[in-house]
Design a protein around this ligand. Structure first.
Ligand SMILES: [Zn+2]
Length: 589
């Protein structure tokens, strides 16, 4: 999911517009928007996004938020033990985070903690209970810690309070949500991807540093409500003052933004699932009035999802922490081992199909997509937000792989090609590093389409599957850079795809395949244009009878064709496999 206001507005409106453009059922003659004006509006939005990207000015605060500053570099987070007490009536919150960290350098300037206004840090205690002095610089807090030995482990206990930022449009915008369920009872949660977990608790708010030894979340909430969070329930205790204290914990590393409280009128049911790695606990935490609906609806979707994801990506990475779905009011979010679910117990994405093929209406988008992030996003996490396509592109592709697993490869091809209508090519998928910048929303469908092109160019699905599984094994519970992911894929595929990555991740150009036949159709000549220098995506073209592999470059090259092979150069067939432009009969003298 994403969070920057403009890209959200733009991508959401963009997909809505493409929905209007593509759907024959989108309203009566009177209400149907004029396609030309929609196209013009879309073009304007793309231009605006592109201009804003080019001219964006970064501040010192962006650097503090998005880079490994010297004040972050010397300590490595081992654990977060968070306690929070939100107050529904006043929309305020107070709590603490006990941060356990390992000293990794003898150079120890101040310690940078992050907590975003209007919340504030009240006090900080070291492991001996001594109060530590600190100063504030916007959302960054500089703490004076005593000199500590390299390799030693310490804690700071950070107390905070205030009226936290509320999300205006979860999950797209971050912050607390103080909502009511349909019976008017309090329902509270948080969303914070992109904006950062420091919107609600103090932490080292950088994606590269996950608490290696897990995290716990203790919630103090009204005793009429039930509090749910990531991992396993540790205890629940009635305080006798109208509140209950409930503690949950994960034993595995977890992204800051994935640690989430869910507080409402929850009830729950459980299933035992047999997965690739053995017994897996499945738990469903839903609002009490949704229980019957959830029991009838959720398990089949979850079982299908797990069978498909484990087939393509390997074992679920958090057996120790279990798998959960938790009811929310917003659409959903990939919170590790406690996936937020808000898709109204219905197929599609709130009733829509992003691919426009109808295939997206045969399954629950939120259960499939958000759970797909358990592999790409939660198991493999990127160090810098700029590489977010590793989360969203691969997870977008998990949808295609799910369709393939359930309905066959042709269906997967169709679904994948259908998602292209959401691509805008407004700005690169990978933006600038070290400033917490998020790339174009194209990281979803275009990222998925890039992987689909690579898969077809390999023309070996088993090998491709083993690469995806190998990735989840090699980078198990790690934070990575795109270079690691790109290199791994190329090495395992036995072909250097670096120019393909450059093309699709770092430019907005779509390469064109130009080709022409000799008069007798016994020879075809071809080349790439509108591409990065050295672009060399190999193409495997095939139908029921024939198959050829060509290696176009920017220079004209030729291949001899046997009888019937000219038919392989079919524009519709080529573009179903590859997200490229096709220009037949170009270049002939
Ligand atoms: Zn996602």
């Amino acid at each position: 999911m994403r969070s920057f206001a403009f890209s959200v507005l733009c991508s959401f409106t963009g997909s809505l517009l493409s929905f209007f453009l593509a759907s024959p059922f989108s309203g009566s003659a009177q209400t149907q928007p004029n396609p030309d004006s929609i196209r013009a509006q879309r073009a304007r939005m793309i231009l605006q996004a592109s201009e804003e990207y080019k001219h964006k000015v970064f501040t010192h605060a962006d650097t503090l938020r998005g880079s490994i500053t010297p004040e972050r570099a010397w300590w490595d987070v081992q654990r977060y033990d968070i306690t929070v007490q939100p107050d529904f009536a006043t929309k305020s919150a107070r709590g603490k985070n006990r941060i356990t960290y390992k000293v990794v350098s003898s150079q120890q300037p101040a310690m940078q903690l992050d907590l975003q206004a209007p919340l504030h840090i009240d006090s900080i205690l070291d492991d001996n209970g001594h109060s530590l002095p600190f100063t504030r610089e916007g959302n960054a807090w500089h703490v004076q810690t005593p000199a500590q030995q390299a390799s030693s482990t310490h804690t700071v206990e950070v107390y905070f309070s205030g009226t936290p930022h509320e999300s205006t449009r979860p999950p797209w915008s971050g912050g607390w949500t103080f909502a009511k369920d349909s019976l008017g009872r309090p329902w509270m949660t948080v969303t914070c991807q992109g904006l950062g977990a420091s919107i609600w608790y103090p932490c080292k708010d950088h994606q590269s540093d996950e608490p290696d030894k897990g995290a716990s979340l203790t919630m103090i909430a009204p005793d009429t409500l039930v509090a749910v969070a990531n991992g396993r329930l540790q205890f629940t205790k009635n305080n006798g003052d109208g509140t209950t204290t409930t503690k949950w914990a994960v034993v595995n590393p977890i992204s800051n933004y994935c640690i989430i409280p869910y507080i409402g009128k929850y009830t729950h049911f459980h299933e035992d699932f047999k997965g690739e790695k053995g017994h897996l606990d499945l738990d469903y935490w839903v609002l009490d009035y949704n229980l019957a609906k959830a029991k009838a609806y959720m398990p089949e979707q979850v079982h299908n999802m797990l069978h498909s994801m484990e087939h393509w990506f390997g074992p679920y990475a958090f057996y120790e922490d279990g798998y959960k779905l938790v009811d929310v009011q917003h659409t959903g979010m990939e919170h590790q081992s406690a996936v937020a679910y808000g898709n109204n117990y219905a197929f599609g994405y709130r009733g829509r199909d992003g691919s426009g093929t109808g295939l997206g209406l045969k399954w629950d988008f939120i259960i499939i997509h958000e759970s797909g992030h358990e592999w790409f996003g939660n198991n493999i996490t990127t160090k810098d937000l700029a590489d977010m396509y590793v989360h969203e592109g691969y997870t977008n592709y998990s949808e295609t792989l799910f369709v393939d697993y359930m309905y066959g490869k042709e269906a997967g091809d169709a679904y994948n090609a259908g998602t292209r209508r959401g691509i805008r090519n407004d700005r690169p998928i990978i933006p600038r590093y070290n400033v917490n910048e998020q790339g174009s929303g194209d990281m979803y469908p275009k990222g998925g389409n890039m992987l689909h092109a690579i898969r077809h160019s390999m023309d070996d699905d088993e090998k491709f599957r083993q690469i995806l599984r190998g990735m989840n094994k090699t980078f198990y519970h790690q934070t990575v850079t795109t270079q690691q992911i790109e290199r791994y894929l190329s090495q395992q595929a036995g072909y250097d795809y670096s120019k393909v990555f450059d093309q699709y991740l770092r430019t907005t150009q779509i390469p064109d395949l130009e080709y022409y036949f000799s008069d007798d159709h016994k020879k075809v000549s071809y080349r790439w244009t509108n591409c990065v220098k050295g672009f060399d995506l190999p193409l495997v073209l095939k139908n029921d009878k024939d198959r050829i592999r060509i290696l176009p470059t920017e220079q004209w090259k030729s291949s001899d064709l046997k009888d019937g092979e000219a038919a392989l150069f079919d524009e519709a067939a080529i573009t179903r496999m590859y997200y490229i432009g096709v220009k037949p009969n170009v270049g002939k003298q």
